[in-house]
Design a protein around this ligand. Structure first.
Ligand code: PHE
Length: 458
């Protein structure tokens, strides 16, 4: 039957490998770097609540739809959408969901590798003891020395992309599957150790208050748009990564339950990372929670450099960030690699070479936007800011919107139901309601108001 075709790329060895892989994709710089600083910039509490609501009511239903699309076809996002469009006899414009997904994944990977490179550089700095007793001004200098040096940035960006290359080139089971089963346990252990150390050594109480005291006065539409964009980004939805991973999901695994586990793990990691980072930040006088993107690379190093045992804490922390970024980045490369293999019948290794070179070249734009080209701005945004805004706040929500409408209204009903056959009728109805009405309407309102808010205040 055509209902459940076979994957030419392989299948995860079990439901838990899919959960680990999807969690590996979800937990990354979005949780450890972006969530804490964005929550800090928007004042904590209320932002966190809106973020969690976005994950649960918009993110989870859309993520289920995306996994479903992948598993129904067992192909890369572009061909998975083709499959669904043909099988549902719908208009071919829906196919663009797959193209937009793969395109945004490559755009994201191009800047993701640069930021992950910062974390690698900081790991080495911490090992060398460069953060010892560092003052606020010295930390700013360390950071600006790094970002103003294009060659140093390119060296790390290339190293990081090489790491991704080796994993993806080795295939679904031997590469991605194996890497994930090694990396994820390390990540969880590091996170727990870091959390305990932060509770013991940091100001946990202030961190808790900051993240959970709801002050709705600080919330603007811009903040809500940011929360929604971050929810999409952190769950890795809207860019083909989860669709590609869904294509390798065993047929008997429950999409609903699996996605819920991934979303809970992902949110838990963001909250734990937030508590950990703010415990450390609040324990160090003179550091602001609203430091922006520099929170991890300027404020935290000051804290690490000035606490007893801070060097170990710092090493563990930056190692954690690199691992989390690595397990996410491979899921950004895989969709396009799978597509090239399917279309051009070339080997996986060659597909990886072509795509990593492309991403590397694009990444040079991000590298230069911190130094040589930092004054070149469009609408007040540098190349990196513009890429980040365009992908997280525009492409992801719009492609999430399209996925919701397609699976909710357009895709052939029996194709949807066969993938969701384990859901009780009641839950299936809830999911369809969220997917058809709540998620798309919320995305549109937040999107329109957020963009209006952003550009009316520039
Ligand atoms: N979810 C990842 C993070 O939070 C980023 C990512 C986005 C990874 C999209 C894969 C696909 O860092």
């Amino acid at each position: 039957m055509d209902v459940q075709p076979k994957s030419m790329h392989g299948i995860w060895s079990g439901r838990w490998t899919f959960i680990l892989a999807a969690t590996g994709s979800a937990v990354g710089l979005g949780n450890l770097w972006k969530f804490p600083y964005v929550a800090g910039t928007f004042g904590g509490g209320a932002f966190v609540l809106i973020y969690l609501v976005c994950i649960l009511l918009i993110g989870v239903p859309v993520m289920m739809a995306e996994v479903l699309l992948g598993r129904a076809a067992r192909k890369s996002p572009i061909n998975a959408m083709d499959h669904a469009v043909v099988a549902s006899e719908s208009r071919s414009a829906w196919r663009y969901i797959g193209w937009v997904g793969i395109f945004s994944a490559l755009l994201i990977l191009s800047f993701y590798a640069v930021i992950a490179g910062w974390a690698m550089d900081y790991l080495i700095l911490t090992v060398k003891g460069a953060l010892f007793e560092v003052s606020g001004d010295e930390a700013v200098l360390l950071f600006s020395n790094l970002v103003s040096d294009p060659l140093r940035l390119i060296l790390w960006q290339s190293t990081f992309l090489a790491l991704c290359f080796f994993v993806v080139a080795a295939g679904v089971q031997k590469g991605l599957g194996r890497a994930i089963t090694i990396l994820m346990p390390i990540l969880f252990i590091l996170l727990i150790v870091m959390m305990l150390l932060a509770v013991l050594k940091g100001d946990f109480f202030s961190a808790w208050k900051f993240l959970f005291a709801f002050d709705f006065a600080s919330i603007t539409w811009r903040a809500v748009l940011e929360a929604m964009g971050l929810a999409f980004f952190t769950l890795s939805i809207g860019m083909g990564a989860i669709m590609a991973y869904g294509a390798y999901m065993p047929a008997e695994a429950s999409i609903g339950r699996t996605v819920l586990v991934v979303a809970i793990l992902d949110s838990a990691v963001a909250i734990i990372a937030g508590l950990m980072i703010f415990s450390i930040v609040f324990a160090t006088p003179g550091i602001e929670p609203s430091a922006g993107p520099g929170l991890m690379f300027i404020s935290l190093p000051v804290a690490f450099g000035n606490m007893a045992g801070g060097q170990i804490l710092g090493i563990l922390f930056f190692f954690l960030v690199v691992i989390a970024a690595w397990s996410s980045a491979i899921s950004l490369l895989e969709p396009a690699v799978a597509w090239l293999i399917e279309e051009k019948t070339i080997s996986r290794q060659r597909a990886c070479v072509i795509l990593s070179s492309l991403v590397w070249t694009l990444g040079i734009g991000t590298v230069l936007s911190f130094n040589i080209a930092k004054d070149i701005k469009v609408a007040g945004l540098t190349f990196f800011d513009a890429l980040d805004f365009l992908t997280a706040n525009i492409m992801l929500p719009l492609s999430g919107f399209a996925i919701a409408i397609f699976v909710g209204f357009i895709m052939r009903d029996d194709l949807v139901r066969v993938q969701m056959s384990d859901l009780k009728i009641k839950y299936l109805a809830y999911w369809l309601w969220l997917l058809r009405y709540l998620a798309p309407i919320a995305v549109l309102i937040i999107f329109a108001m957020g963009i209006y808010d952003k550009f009316s205040s520039v």
